[in-house]
Design a protein around this ligand. Structure first.
Ligand code: MTE
Length: 323
């Protein structure tokens, strides 16, 4: 069950017309399919602008979001986004998270803030969400397994959340944790797939980049449990495993935090793990990706297409190397 603390989009502060509704989106696409070719092409090139215009009503001056509409690709179907998942706490098969979604109780939900900041403490989900204006952002999610999806998220910038806790000058990194109750583990946590809890982290400047996003919904509705309810991270220029789900702890730290996949396979999953088609995974190529729901593979883009927004964060790093 989605958390009742997060209301339907009426109360998100977004009007119905501000967000991408799948039915409306699909009916427009059907119309494209039925039109004459020339007309279709003209309309198709207009479609991303239409989507952007709708979303930008809430995005204000967030220029980077515009980039994510530039790739002119269809949104992934809601059914695919919610039934083809990686959420190992709910099982390791792609269909397990949806099947076991009800095992995740999202209410009440608290997030513990720790470490190098002036305002540590236990915050309820209501405390966390209260001051934020929600917006829609259509991002490409590129999994390290070489598949990708185009997802219309609802949420707010991670930077806006972090600033509220007043991190001090020793806060060089931010660490995140997903829920783990040893006495009452989720179905997938009965096996040690990764050392639970699932942990991830970012360098502070990565976390403060305007693209880093806290999602509480998708397709204009609350986040389904299998997608990381009630609140998750989305870092679109990094491989999907950095986008940690169902967050219960955020810690500001002086040193690079331990992260789950990097802990168990450091040569396969770097701390940075920026999407990079020139650096292959030791067991497969990262040059191309399969867009879920589409027939043909497409080339993978440097930083997943967000190079303009984030390349400056990695000045001095050799982009041909694994990090
Ligand atoms: N977060 C947690 N807590 N547990 C996970 O297993 N999987 C990651 C990431 N976040 C994962 C997680 C991986 S590998 C990917 S690709 C994305 O979530 C998938 O997000 P999605 O299922 O919403 O597409």
């Amino acid at each position: 069950m989605p958390s009742p603390l997060i209301p339907k989009f009426d109360n998100f502060g977004l009007k119905e017309n501000d967000v991408t509704d799948e039915q409306l989106y699909l009916s427009r696409r059907k119309f494209i399919g039925q039109g004459a070719l020339a007309g279709s092409l003209a309309f198709a090139s207009y479609l991303p602008l239409w989507a952007h215009a709708k979303a930008s009503q809430k995005q204000g001056k967030f220029a980077a979001a515009q980039r994510s509409y530039d790739h002119k690709e269809a949104l992934t179907r809601l059914e695919d986004i919610t039934s083809y998942n990686n959420f190992y706490e709910l099982g390791t098969d792609k269909s397990d998270p949806k099947t076991n979604a009800d095992a995740l109780q999202t209410s009440p939900w608290n997030i513990r803030i720790e470490g190098e900041c002036a305002k540590p403490g236990n915050y309820t989900l209501e405390d966390i969400l209260a001051p934020h204006t929600l917006e829609e952002r259509i991002y490409k999610l590129r999994c390290v397994e070489a598949w990708s999806m185009i997802i219309p998220w609802i949420g707010f910038p991670l930077a806006d959340l972090l600033k509220r806790f007043e991190p001090n000058s020793d806060a060089k990194y931010v660490a995140f944790e997903t829920l783990y109750d040893k006495k009452n583990p989720l179905p997938g946590q009965k096996r040690k797939v990764v050392p639970w809890p699932y942990r991830e982290g970012l360098r502070m400047d990565e976390a403060m980049n305007p693209l880093s996003f806290m999602a509480v919904g998708l397709y204009g509705d609350t986040l389904p449990n299998q997608n990381g309810a009630p609140i998750r991270l989305v870092v679109p220029w990094k491989y999907g495993f950095k986008s940690i789900k169902s967050i219960v702890k955020i810690r500001f730290s002086k040193t690079e935090p331990q992260t789950s996949w990097n802990d168990i396979a450091p040569r396969e999953y770097g701390f940075y793990s920026n999407v990079n088609p020139t650096v292959n995974h030791p067991r497969w190529s990262q040059k191309r990706e399969r867009r879920i729901g589409e027939l043909f593979k497409v080339p993978t883009e440097m930083f997943n297409g967000y190079e303009k927004e984030v390349a400056h964060l990695y000045k001095g790093m050799d982009l041909k190397k694994f990090y």
